[in-house]
Design a protein around this ligand. Structure first.
Ligand code: NAP
Length: 334
């Protein structure tokens, strides 16, 4: 089968289209014929991980070290990237009961990656579910990572209907899902922060207000929020506490040691809280994201698609910061 393989860390050119062995499903596994797989923050990070120092890594050293071991110290241990996918069941192991041949599915592989290929095998009770009926393969493949991560992180804060929520990083993989969930699932009044080219995208996802961080510092607007969700951890509690309501929460998806100390301090004293949170996805989260999609409460916005053999170009386009939505690799099995 065709797959995009990398054997050394580096620029997009390290991604090479190669012929590799087609996997065979074990008794409890399904064989999935991949139709689409997006390029995410994690793919670009893993492709380049050899060059990412603990300081550049936007999580504490305590998470950088195990990630380096998992992904590979001197060179990548995982040779095929791609953490999200959609496709069709081509074969099932003899003990499989949840899926049948021809089922259209979508799913998430997390740090195991492996979707930048024509086929993949995974356990039937893994992060795979029937694809939302109202979405194309491309749209479905672009939902799990942002949808489940945003859902799990927002669930850590008890958002009430009508509360004011600000999302910094609102146009990205996690932020764009968070805008839709905060608005359409939790019923909050949502303000999305992103850069000029993506203001319309964030508005179209349901944000009541949008702020362009290249032109405006929202802490100076006098508005205050019940929740500030900072996807990239680009700022600090001290900078943002003036924009938080007395019992407000500053929720971080990316954080450093300083944020962890702030979380500890605010857990002891003061009414405003800092919350550094990690998302541990479960298969039922994926099924819930499907329900939200079929109810029209969450969707994915596709910027552009690339065929598998142009995966390097897709990484370059993502990395140059151009996307206005998801960049998706599509596979033409014909
Ligand atoms: N906590 C967890 O469990 C967890 C799980 C997965 C990932 N993560 C973390 O999430 C981050 C990746 O998020 P993602 O996939 O959403 O990334 P992404 O798709 O690359 O989006 C990044 C977003 O950040 C915005 N941005 C860039 N520079 C900014 C700035 N200076 N100020 C404000 N916004 C800025 C971008 O907006 P513009 O493009 O409009 O500039 C874009 O919306 C990583 O740090 C990763 O470690 C955490």
């Amino acid at each position: 089968m065709k797959a995009v393989v990398y054997t050394e860390y580096g620029p997009p050119e390290v991604l090479q289209l190669q012929e590799v062995e087609k996997p065979t499903p074990k008794d409890n596994e399904v064989l999935i014929r991949i139709q689409a797989t997006p390029v995410n923050y994690g793919d670009v990070l893993a492709r380049n991980f050899g060059k990412i120092s603990p300081r550049q890594f936007n999580m504490p050293f305590l998470l950088w070290f195990p990630a380096r071991i998992a992904i590979g110290v001197r060179k990548p241990r995982i040779r095929i990237l791609g953490a999200e996918f959609s496709g069709e069941i081509e074969a099932v192991g003899q003990a499989v009961t949840r899926f049948k041949i021809g089922d259209q599915v979508f799913g998430y592989l997390g740090q195991s990656f492996g979707a930048n290929a024509e086929y993949l095998c995974m356990p039937e009770d893994g992060m795979v579910a029937i694809k939302p009926a109202n979405l194309s393969f491309e749209e479905a493949a672009a939902l799990p990572y942002g949808g489940m991560t945003a859902l799990n992180l927002l669930r850590k804060v008890n958002i009430q209907r009508g509360q004011k929520v600000l999302i910094n990083g609102a146009s990205g993989g996690i932020g764009s899902a968070a805008v839709q969930l905060a608005k359409h699932h939790f019923g909050a009044e949502v303000t999305g922060v992103c850069s000029t080219p993506r203001l319309e995208l964030v508005k179209s996802l349901g944000a009541d207000k949008v702020i362009d961080y290249t032109k405006e510092d929202f802490t100076k607007s006098g508005e205050t929020y019940d929740l500030i969700f900072d996807v990239l951890g680009k700022s600090s509690f001290r900078h943002w506490r003036s924009a938080l309501k007395p019992n407000g929460v500053y929720l971080l998806a990316s954080f450093k040691m300083k944020h962890l100390f702030q979380m500890l301090r605010t857990s002891i004293s003061g009414s405003q809280k800092v919350l550094c949170a990690l998302s541990f996805e479960k298969p039922e989260d994926l099924r819930f994201v499907r329900e939200l999609a079929e109810a029209g409460k969450i969707r994915s916005v596709i910027d552009r698609c690339y065929p598998l053999e142009q995966t390097a170009e897709a990484h370059r386009y993502y990395e140059e910061g151009h996307p206005q939505g998801k960049v998706v690799i599509t596979l033409d099995h014909a």
